[in-house]
Design a protein around this ligand. Structure first.
Ligand code: ADP
Ligand code: 5GP
Length: 203
């Protein structure tokens, strides 16, 4: 993937922290940010649109996608499968867009292993009480699923040291600004830019 102009970013964090909200805000407000649309075997929530929030597929279709090498990464989360379609991500990276994968920790670390230049961001809530309030407040999960997801949150915190940045989501706009600042700094890292700059300046 060296030579691609855009940055590949992974945004992970516990369910309900606000990853979807912040990433959507960024994609809607920044013309050079593309939010990858994942495939999942999970059933759509009320209001979720196929092809926009996810590609909702059967487990059999998901298994075919794995078989045909169509996924950049994939993982099981609780009892459903989730994966990143490869083609749109590479097309956008080649165009120079920054591509955000809003994915869980196992898939995130798989991406980092395959593509070490990936920028890894872990989003956390201001407090665990606020996390639970957001998850319950979203109103999309049963009490049992909320408990499963909170339990899973503690497991996910075990992956923190695999990430480059922590972003606290206390406020959607502030969290988005922090991610934009990370993108800006990463774009100017020596190892990403030195070769091009040397060519340009003939040094
Ligand atoms: P995730 O994608 O991480 O599971 P969502 O983006 O669905 O989380 O957000 C969970 C809930 O929290 C939603 O109802 C969303 O509107 C709300 N939310 C997200 N970010 C904030 C924030 N900074 N302050 C208050 N509520 C938020
Ligand atoms: P949800 O069911 O709340 O939409 O998503 C559950 C979890 O799956 C979240 O942590 C979300 O980031 C993650 N997820 C969504 N898409 C993908 C994907 O393509 N790959 C992986 N590994 N995780 C994903």
């Amino acid at each position: 993937m060296n030579g691609n102009k855009g940055l590949l970013l992974v945004v992970s964090g516990p369910s309900g922290v606000g990853k979807g909200t912040v990433c959507k805000y960024l994609a809607e407000n920044e013309t050079d940010i593309f939010l990858s649309v994942s495939a999942t075997s999970r059933k759509p929530r009320e209001g979720e649109i196929d092809g926009q929030h996810y590609y909702f597929v059967t487990q059999a279709k998901f298994d075919d996608m794995i078989e045909n090498d169509e996924l950049l990464e994939y993982a099981k989360y609780i009892s459903s499968s989730y994966g990143t379609p490869k083609k749109p991500c590479f097309e956008r990276l080649d165009k120079g867009d920054n591509v955000i994968l809003e994915i869980e920790v196992q898939g995130g670390t798989e991406v980092k292993e395959k593509y070490p230049e990936t920028v890894m961001i872990f989003m956390v809530p201001p407090t665990m009480e606020i996390l639970k309030d957001r998850l319950v407040g979203r109103g999309t999960e049963t009490e049992e699923v909320v408990e499963q997801r909170i339990k899973r949150a503690y497991e996910e915190f075990g992956y923190l040291d695999k990430y480059d940045y922590i972003v606290v989501n206390d406020d959607v706009e502030k969290a988005s600004e922090r991610i934009k600042a990370i993108i800006c700094a990463e774009k100017q890292k020596m190892q990403r830019t030195a070769e091009n700059i040397k060519k340009e300046l003939k040094i």
